[in-house]
Design a protein around this ligand. Structure first.
Ligand SMILES: *Cc1c(COP(=O)(O)O)cnc(C)c1O
Length: 236
């Protein structure tokens, strides 16, 4: 059982990670997706550097973090592994310098002001910062993300900023246990993604799907699933 809140031993940890990777391949085949068309982002918030090292030994190279100080400690500690770090938490405007200088990706861009600040602080000594625009699919006021209708405007701005590279869209739909209803939400984002790709050729990442809905996301064309619990067990 993946969801029980108990400490896993090291063998169980490796097993969970390996089985998550094969599950993704299984779903690619099941839904007619090309092999390796779905990238795995390992969401390592609240997980130890040792667990990240284990995942990296199994071939995972992209890691997602929400809590800035915790993330920066891990990034510094694991520098030799050459991992790709994705910031997936909400970006506060007084944190843009640290985020722009420490991460390879920001998946949670949701406003113009933050785009301008990330661009300014990235500087040109580093490769452009990869950006996904976060879309609010549920229209919940409490959730971050731009509406589907405002998505292109923010993409256009990112495209114009020299130290940012527009890579795609990210969404966290409201929790929903019905598979068909999960698919309907993801389909909406997938349509927007395909429409944008025509005008913005750098777009290649559709970041959707978490532990409880990644099958529906893969069925609807996700190119990156963000898995935490499934991969590492419950966050204690
Ligand atoms: C925590 C988190 C995840 C992973 O969630 P799980 O349900 O544990 O897979 C994915 N995306 C974002 C943005 C998150 O904050």
């Amino acid at each position: 059982m993946v969801h029980q809140a108990q400490q896993l031993d090291s063998g169980q940890e490796m097993e969970l990670i390996a089985s998550s990777i094969s599950k993704i391949h299984e779903l690619e085949a099941k839904y007619g997706r090309p092999k390796n068309s779905v990238l795995l982002l390992a969401v390592s918030k609240k997980k130890s550097p040792e667990q990240i090292v284990k995942a990296s030994r199994l071939g995972i190279s992209h890691f997602g973090e929400n809590y800035l100080q915790e993330a920066i400690e891990k990034i510094n500690k694991l520098r030799e592994l050459n991992l790709k770090w994705h910031y997936i938490g909400s970006v506060q405007s007084n944190k843009t310098r640290e985020i722009a200088q420490s991460f390879d990706w920001v998946q949670s861009l949701d406003r113009e002001k933050i785009a301008l600040k990330l661009n300014e602080h990235r500087g040109n000594n580093l490769d452009a910062l990869n950006i996904c625009v976060q879309v609010n699919l549920s229209g919940e006021r409490s959730k971050s993300g731009v509406s589907i209708n405002q998505t292109e405007e923010l993409c256009k701005l990112v495209e114009e900023l020299p130290n940012l590279k527009l890579r795609g869209l990210m969404a966290i739909p409201a929790p929903q246990s019905d598979f068909q209803l999960q698919r309907i939400k993801f389909r909406e984002l997938s349509r927007k993604f395909n429409a944008l790709k025509t005008n913005y050729p750098s777009i290649d990442i559709l970041s959707m799907g978490m532990s409880n809905d990644f099958e529906a996301a893969i069925a609807e064309g996700s190119t990156m699933v963000r898995l935490g619990t499934l991969l590492f067990g419950a966050r204690l």
